[in-house]
Design a protein around this ligand. Structure first.
Ligand SMILES: O=P(O)(O)OC[C@H](O)CO
Length: 446
């Protein structure tokens, strides 16, 4: 498999006067590839949720469907890490398109063959595979960004790219509505996003390239004269899987810290996302339309919030990702407390809180990914980001579904919010420790 995906060979350097225009053109081309490519991954990430009401009518219970849905988080968490290691040794042009094709085929199977949705076991297995294929999305995008944008540019580029998942995440309900209009078939919740994702996979293949050197260009560090502090020529060689895991990921204390912080950041991200419709309906008397609007605004408020966070991280906090994370997590914790304690009868405040939480939470989500990319040499960057994803999904996302759900069952909504707010406070503490550790490391290097 790695043979099929193997990195593109380096080419002889193009003439000096061609370097700048070619770099500029390819950076735009690649950015479009990874932006729309990753947005397309989200078309076929959570579209199963849209089919749940019809599956309930077929006789499945909410609990069983919830278990099937959790398969995606579990396998995605593992895959983002392990496929991250494969991706670090693969050509993103093939890797990114292959994952998208496999994921959309899985969703087509569920849409076109009733057998594929005939039991929870079959759905669990297919969603597990889908989560695995989904794990082939983030790492090749990360590999592309660290190879084509230099250290100083990354805050901006990663934060803009990171809005792709908010863009993609909002589209499946629209495709589903179109499918219902055209075919009057609830299974279009599966195949409409899958067809769109398949078309996008072709675009990704056309647009994507591997490293600058594979296009006859110098490394980005040389082109921008922007070298990370510990840079050496070794950073241009592909690493073995053992080197990636043992030398650059598992022995990296800072990476461990941000990965653990990511558990609590994802607990809040998915805790609010998964439970706000129920909370707003049961506690705040929201209608379905109003809670759906809040959900949509939560996702899309993440777009300006992420951009502001990336800008502040580079310009205000001068590249200190830990400090920026602390700042945003403190604010989002306050907004969550207001959301929790706001008495019934103030829907404007609840709606505003949803928007503010969405605006603030996706910045730290992005920062942890960006920070992970920066904590490892570029040939191990996908695995490093995948490592934080492993913790975010297996710890945070699964806990957001299960721990928050059971806590609310046993201790009411106050209990659920105490778990989420407590987690946010822990993430602030962990990110503050990261900030101190990084400062110490910088002082030692100076
Ligand atoms: O939750 P993920 O793995 O789709 O990642 C979302 C953001 O891109 C994190 O940087």
């Amino acid at each position: 498999m790695i043979g099929f995906f193997k990195p593109a060979p380096h080419k002889a350097l193009v003439a000096d006067d061609l370097i700048d225009p070619l770099y500029k053109r390819l950076r735009w081309q690649l950015f479009i590839g990874i932006f729309f490519g990753y947005a397309a991954y989200y078309l076929v990430r959570k579209n199963f949720a849209l089919a749940i009401p019809d599956l309930i009518e077929l006789g499945f219970t909410r609990g069983d469907l919830g278990v099937a849905l959790s398969a995606i988080s579990v396998s995605y968490g593992f895959s983002k890490f392990f496929m991250g290691a494969v991706s670090d040794r693969s050509n993103p042009r093939l890797f990114l398109s292959a994952g998208l094709i496999l994921s959309s085929f899985t969703m087509m199977l569920m849409g076109f063959f009733p057998f594929a949705t005939s039991s929870i076991a079959i759905m669990y297995a297919l969603l597990f595979f889908n989560g695995w294929f989904q794990g082939m999305g983030w790492p090749p995008c990360g590999r592309t960004m660290v190879h084509w944008w230099s250290h100083k540019e990354r805050g901006a580029v990663v934060s803009v790219w990171n809005t792709a998942h908010n863009v993609g995440g909002g589209i499946p309900p629209l495709l589903f509505l179109l499918g219902m209009y055209l075919f009057d078939d609830w299974r279009s919740a599966f195949y409409m996003p899958a067809i769109a994702a398949l078309i996008m996979a072709v675009l990704v293949y056309v647009l994507m390239r591997d490293t600058p050197q594979s296009c006859g260009l110098p490394s980005i560090e040389q082109y921008k004269n922007d070298y990370p502090p510990d840079y050496s020529d070794k950073h241009e060689e592909e690493f073995s899987t053992k080197q990636i895991f043992l030398d650059y990921v598992l022995n990296n204390k800072l990476l461990w810290m941000i990965a653990i912080a990511n558990v609590f950041v994802y607990l809040l991200r998915y805790g609010i996302l998964d439970w706000s419709p129920t909370y707003l309906k049961e506690v705040k008397d929201f209608t379905l339309n109003k809670s759906s609007l809040s959900y949509f605004l939560y996702e899309w408020a993440g777009i300006p919030g992420t951009l502001l966070c990336g800008w502040m991280s580079d310009k205000v906090f001068k590249g200190n990702r830990g400090a920026t994370g602390v700042f945003f997590m403190i604010l989002v914790t306050i907004a969550t407390v207001v959301f929790w304690l706001n008495p019934v009868g103030n829907p404007g405040v609840d709606m505003a809180c949803m928007i503010i939480i969405g605006f603030l939470i996706y910045g730290p989500v992005m920062l942890i990914g960006l920070h992970a990319l920066e904590l490892a040499p570029k040939k191990a960057a996908g695995t490093a980001a995948g490592f934080t994803g492993l913790f975010g999904y297996l710890g945070g996302s699964v806990a957001a579904s299960a721990v928050v759900g059971y806590t609310v069952d046993y201790f009411g909504w106050d209990g659920g919010f105490i778990v989420m707010v407590g987690g946010s406070i822990l993430s602030v503490i962990l990110l503050a420790i990261v900030m101190v550790m990084e400062k110490k490391k910088k002082n030692e290097e100076a």
